[in-house]
Design a protein around this ligand. Structure first.
Ligand code: GTP
Length: 517
């Protein structure tokens, strides 16, 4: 009876455990179903996001989703995931190559559009900057789509112009377009001092009516100058590499010589040690054999003399070794210090080159690439501390007439003088870059709304008061400036757009003024 009761209670405990295990299993199943549902929803959204890009990918994702709802087919998922990963990788490189094609297409269409003559200056400049922008690679479709929209906007504006004007729009011959492009390219290259006069003549030719033959000659001359510069750069690098190679070879020879010397010394020392051991053994055996003390004394003195002579030779050898080692270390030190001074002068050259890449070669102001970098930096700074930050765009008024009336070289000098004056009117924390042509951009932090107008008008007045004298004629050069303050929730590029729009307002309101957005 007792046994039966014990068995019953054991059975009871087991039943309770069984029930608890079943509840746990049901919970686990439910949890798994919830997770699978979440995964399936995720795959569903992924399919939607990728839909239409690649039929194989669409089918694979649909199949994967179906398998996720069927618990029995879960084992099939892993190989499918591997397949999908491969397709995604292929799709990524496909998209990147399509983007590259799209980018070069946009560049081509913007060049076509540039050939339309008589478009307003603002539109012409925007197309020009657009063309420069699309030289950089796109990283995603989201870089591409806004550019397509922008280009369509340019085409729309040009079409509107075409419909509005009675006369048909003129189309610049292809070679004239190439002349413009060459002028832009050479404006960004740093030529050597000896080449600059020749470059000025070419700039002048390109700015005026030019025929195909003369244009070809310009291209040929520029190409030869560039090749000459490349050859010089190459031979400077080669010289450095030769010097480096020679120094390294000399270091290697010196180390080889030291090693040989050390080996020879070691052999001699081994020989001397054997001699000394042998001489000590001689003394010992002499001691054993000789009874006559006087004879013993003379023998010991003789042996000791031989021993002393060996030791002196050993000492001399060691001394010589130390002297040679010192000489060799000295030689190595000289070679290495020469090497390091060659390397640092080469490093300096490279550093100068890097700096040049961020400087506009004509005005020595930071260029557009440097401006992009600084805008990013100032924008991040603004996001951290929210101190006021102004973007101002300045453009020289009627600059074309300076070129037309006094020549390109006068135009260049005017740009240099104005660039310096702009730089000197700003504080160290403020920044000015040449944006392109006769347009400059300033980034001005920590100035209040009350003070910015004052500051920019002072800059404008400063330029206006520069006593330019061309062909004995006193000329006043003026600036139009548009400025905008970075506001919360806005990207600095949008601030730039507002400042640019303010500049165009200033141009339309008779120029020589500052307009704050
Ligand atoms: N000398 C020289 N001229 C340049 C350089 N870059 C651009 N230009 C010239 O600057 C002139 C700009 O002319 P436009 O865009 O018509 O402007 P603008 O004559 O200043 O007239 P507004 O801006 O409307 O007041 C063009 O003739 C360009 O060839 C350069 O590096 N050197």
């Amino acid at each position: 009876m007792k046994d039966a009761n014990a068995s019953l209670s054991q059975l009871d405990v087991m039943r309770q455990r069984f029930d608890a295990a079943q509840v746990e299993l049901a919970e686990l199943k439910e949890e798994r179903v919830t997770k699978l549902r979440a995964l399936s929803n995720f795959i569903g959204q992924l399919s939607l996001a990728c839909k239409g890009q690649n039929l194989e990918l669409d089918n694979k994702l649909a199949k994967l989703r179906a398998n996720l709802t069927d618990v029995e087919r879960l084992d099939e998922i892993l190989p499918e995931l591997v397949d999908i990963e491969k397709i995604l990788k292929r799709q990524y490189s496909h998209v990147m190559s399509m983007l590259e094609q799209g980018r070069s297409g946009l560049a081509k269409f913007s060049r076509q559009l540039q050939r339309v003559e008589n478009v307003p200056d603002k539109l012409r400049k925007e197309i020009n900057y657009f063309k420069q922008d699309v030289t950089k690679p796109f990283h995603s479709v989201w870089d591409y789509i806004p550019k397509v929209e922008q280009l369509m906007g340019f085409y729309e504006q040009t079409l509107t112009l075409c419909f509005e004007s009675q006369a048909p729009l003129n189309y610049l011959p292809k070679y004239r377009q190439l002349a413009h492009e060459l002028a832009q390219i050479i404006a960004e290259i740093d030529f050597t001092k000896a080449q600059r006069d020749q470059v000025l003549v070419i700039k002048e030719q390109l700015a005026n009516e030019i025929d195909v033959e003369a244009l070809l000659e310009c291209y040929q001359t520029i190409l030869s100058m560039l090749l000459e510069n490349i050859a010089k750069e190459k031979s400077a690098s080669q010289e450095f590499l030769f010097a480096l190679n020679e120094a390294l070879m000399s270091v290697r020879d010196s180390i080889d010589e030291s090693l040989n010397q050390a080996q020879r010394s070691q052999q001699l020392k081994n020989q001397l040690n054997t001699d000394i051991n042998h001489q000590v053994n001689n003394v010992e055996s002499g001691l054993a054999d000789v009874d006559d003390v006087e004879l013993l004394k003379t023998q010991v003195v003789d042996q000791l003399n031989v021993l002393r002579a060996s030791l002196t030779r050993k000492e001399a050898l060691e001394q010589r070794e130390i002297t040679l080692l010192k000489k060799s270390v000295e030689h190595l030190r000289n070679e290495i210090s020469e090497l390091s001074s060659e390397t640092s002068s080469y490093k300096e050259k490279l550093f100068e080159q890097q700096k040049l890449n961020l400087l506009d070669s004509l005005t020595q102001l930071p260029n557009r690439a440097a401006l992009d970098e600084r805008m990013e930096q100032e924008y991040r700074h603004y996001q951290r501390n929210r101190n006021p930050l102004w973007v101002a765009v300045a453009d020289i008024d009627h600059f074309k007439s300076i070129n037309d009336n006094f020549g390109h070289s006068t135009g260049d000098k005017t740009l240099q003088v104005i660039a310096m004056a702009l730089k000197n009117s700003l504080r160290d924390t403020e920044f000015v870059a040449r944006y392109g042509g006769e347009e400059f951009v300033m980034l001005i932090p920590d100035v209040s709304l009350n003070d910015i107008g004052h500051l920019l008008n002072r800059v404008r007045e400063k330029i206006k008061n520069i006593p330019f004298k061309f062909k004995n004629q006193r000329i006043t050069v003026t600036l139009s400036i548009g400025a905008a303050k970075l506001i919360d929730g806005e990207h600095i590029l949008e601030t730039f757009e507002r400042a640019d729009a303010a500049l165009y307002k200033a141009k339309h309101e008779n120029r020589d003024r500052v307009i704050i957005d």
